[in-house]
Design a protein around this ligand. Sequence first.
Ligand SMILES: Nc1ncnc2c1ncn2[C@@H]1O[C@H](COP(=O)(O)OP(=O)(O)OP(=O)(O)O)[C@@H](O)[C@H]1O
Length: 298
Amino acid sequence: MPRKLLLMVNPAAGYGKGAKIVGEVEKFLRTNDLVYESFFTKKGQNAKAIVKRRLDESFTDLLVIGGDGTLNDAINGIGDNTQVVVNVISTGTGNDFIKSVDVGSNLLQQLDTLLHGVEKTIDLGVCNERLFHNGVGIGFDGQIVADMKQKKKPLLLWGYGAYLYRVLRILSSYQEKQLSFSIDGKKYTKKVLLLTVANGTTFGGGFVLTPDAKVDDGLLDVCLIERILPWNRFLSLSKLGAGRHGKLEEVSFFKASHVSIEADKKQWMHIDGELLGHPPFEININKKALKVRVRASV
Ligand SMILES: Nc1ncnc2c1ncn2[C@@H]1O[C@H](COP(=O)(O)OP(=O)(O)OP(=O)(O)O)[C@@H](O)[C@H]1O
């Protein structure tokens, strides 16, 4: 069956990068005789529902131009349409997905993958019935995402700079909150700085929170960070960036199939960098749930 692509474009991803490159991508598709239909996402619109409606059986591929939030809408729209292959042109701010799945790191490589890549089947996480490709997080990182969605970005800062500004500002004042959770049935109640349940390795564009995560191992990777005194947090941050935080006594890692989270106070959860809401949460792994086109050398 010849390939036919549904092209999903978030023009606003990466502060407008999506809109800038879509012409070049469409030209590439035409030059290579790839048949496609395209649509642009809109702010506040249910992009998942549009993917679900438009992705009929005539399409072999979904090509996502956007960041992790757009990709999250895409995989949720695909649902159990397991035949479709997802291709990614990463134009987001953080682009955490491409840190765990080798689709190429720049436009040229990603276009080459689109043409010459091979299919790889990966797991997806599922949290309260919403799928995720990278991870969910509660505590400090949930608060950062809530802050980004709810407050204006600082003047003269954009992209990763605006994100880092928030990390540093919230890091100095964030108070650990009591969290009750269970990991594969074992119950814990702790004061938590951060609890991340992941399929991929990297969050916020560069924080390797779950360095041992593999998107095709059939397991969730959990990173738990307990109380760290504010003046020690900044020292710990550099270790987080490099994925070396496992040596800190406040940090624990788990591999699991099921995590449930309750909270004593209202806390924000993010899912692939988008706000999901407040607990309770039930998190599971859907093994071999999504086909992705990756670089042929992988
Ligand atoms: N046309 C649009 N204009 C403004 N916002 C949009 C538009 N289409 C979608 N969005 C919003 O964009 C967000 C998703 O952006 P996405 O995550 O893909 O990019 P990013 O935030 O720049 O990157 P990343 O998540 O990788 O850091 C969603 O909140 C969605 O509602």
